[in-house]
Design a protein around this ligand. Sequence first.
Ligand SMILES: NC(=O)c1ccc[n+]([C@@H]2O[C@H](COP(=O)([O-])OP(=O)(O)OC[C@H]3O[C@@H](n4cnc5c(N)ncnc54)[C@H](OP(=O)(O)O)[C@@H]3O)[C@@H](O)[C@H]2O)c1
Length: 271
Amino acid sequence: MPLKGQKIGFLGGGAMGEALITGLLRTGLVAPSEVYISDVDAQRLEVLRQKLSVNTTADNRAVVSAADIVIIAVKPHVAASVLKEIAALARPEKTFISIAAGVTISQIESCLEGPVPVIRVMPNTPCLVGEGASAVSAGKHAGEKSMKEALAIFNSAGAAVEVPESLLDCVTGLSGSGPAYMYVVLESLIDGAVRLGLPGDIARKLAAQTMLGAAKMVLETTDHPAKLKNMVTTPGGTTAAGLFALEEGALRSVLMKAVADATRRSREMSG
Ligand SMILES: NC(=O)c1ccc[n+]([C@@H]2O[C@H](COP(=O)([O-])OP(=O)(O)OC[C@H]3O[C@@H](n4cnc5c(N)ncnc54)[C@H](OP(=O)(O)O)[C@@H]3O)[C@@H](O)[C@H]2O)c1
């Protein structure tokens, strides 16, 4: 139980902050009384207080003072000023976790000064429904304890893995941007079925459930997707005909290029 007895503070109570707190409370990893949130928007804080029964304040420094684990969940362009504001309160016994896209571990470490454990995370929007995919990277002062805390927090909002920071741009190109790729695939499948006469709501439900089911097959069997694909492909059958159309349209190379282009863009933006 890496989070037992730990107080968790959120700087920024926006969409991602709320999603993470919801996951932590739903899985019972922390009690509402152990969660602290600060935000510049008083109305937003009131909504969160009523919805989640957590402690709220307009004062970022009060959250850092109260918390053992501090999650920086503001937009990247305000991260530097928030870090400056809280810098003097950073302590080696606290863990600082940032989800601000493109803000590097060394930037955070240099703002906070001293041997402070820093963890950088790239989550994605399905955290909002408890099915996020997050990758977590450790700073030079972050030990096993901090990493276990971060993995527990992000596993409560989906699934989390540890990668070196040098791979976070690739993670951004895969799972960070990935939900948008999946929406395009779903939209296309739905449009294809509607064109042939299937009602839109039925097509939407079947397409989304098919994507969810296929993803679960990959995660739960741990088989390579190619093996699972071959299992549903009868020689001369319908799936083989559909797959040939995908090959003609170069779907595989298009998706591989999407990951590469998004990764390059992520590098440009943080570089
Ligand atoms: N959403 C995603 O899928 C996703 C994925 C990966 C990473 N991230 C990262 O997650 C972070 C949060 O994203 P989000 O979608 O949750 O953003 P968001 O909804 O805009 O939440 C940020 C919150 O912080 C508040 N805030 C602004 N300045 C502040 C300050 N000085 N002190 C305290 N709070 C302040 C904002 O208030 P105002 O709205 O009034 O400014 C807002 O309520 C971003 O850095 C983003 O890069 C998000």
